[in-house]
Design a protein around this ligand. Structure first.
Ligand SMILES: [Zn+2]
Length: 193
């Protein structure tokens, strides 16, 4: 198992469409394990294969409130989406930014698990958000594409990462980049997918 190099914008691989996996072999298993390691290392809730430079339809998700091992979904497809909610979101491939985007309230998804067994998942909340976000990655779509208004995207507050001396001075002076409005649902660092 290994931590892979994370691709960040403007890497063109993030804009490419990933290919369906036709055979789940040892290399796919290893990729899934390495993606889980990378997700843990980077502190994300989910990761899609293009984010580590592999154009295959494979995503991994691990919700903070779940004790079980990370979810691995191969060739995932949203088959039904219902409702709409405005959520705060970030992405490991768009470091330093957050935004408000519209996501479905609930989704039904079908995929294969890591053993190739078909699975159906009904999700709401953070899991639905993560599924939509990661499946977007497989189609070359980033969360910033869903931003409707300029003020819905902002740079991370300095408190959320290790501040530089310059930033520490700004914090002392109470200069922050705050989101313009309060979200209907406040995300946490957990919403970086
Ligand atoms: Zn992402």
């Amino acid at each position: 198992m290994a931590v892979l190099k994370l691709r960040v914008v403007p890497d063109p691989i993030l804009r490419a469409r990933a290919k369906k996996i036709s055979r789940i072999d040892a290399s796919v298993q290893r990729l899934a394990d390495d993606m889980i390691d990378t997700m843990h290392q980077e502190g994300g809730v989910g990761l899609a294969a293009p984010q580590v430079g592999v154009l295959l339809r494979l995503i991994v998700i691990e919700l903070p409130e779940e004790d079980e091992e990370a979810r691995v979904y191969i060739n995932p497809e949203v088959v039904e989406a219902q409702g709409e909610r405005r959520v705060e979101e970030g992405c490991l491939s768009v470091p330093g930014y957050r935004g408000y985007v519209l996501r479905s309230e609930s989704v039904r998804m079908k995929a294969l698990d890591r053993h190739g067994k078909p699975v159906k998942v009904k999700a709401d909340g953070l899991l639905a958000q993560a599924l939509e976000h990661e499946i977007d990655h497989l189609n070359g779509i980033l969360f910033i594409d869903h931003i409707k208004a300029h003020e819905d995207l902002w740079k991370l507050d300095q408190e959320e990462k290790e501040p530089t001396p310059y930033e520490r001075l700004h914090q002392t002076l109470h200069i922050h980049n705050q989101p313009p409005t309060q979200p209907q649902q406040v995300g946490t660092e957990a919403s970086v997918v």
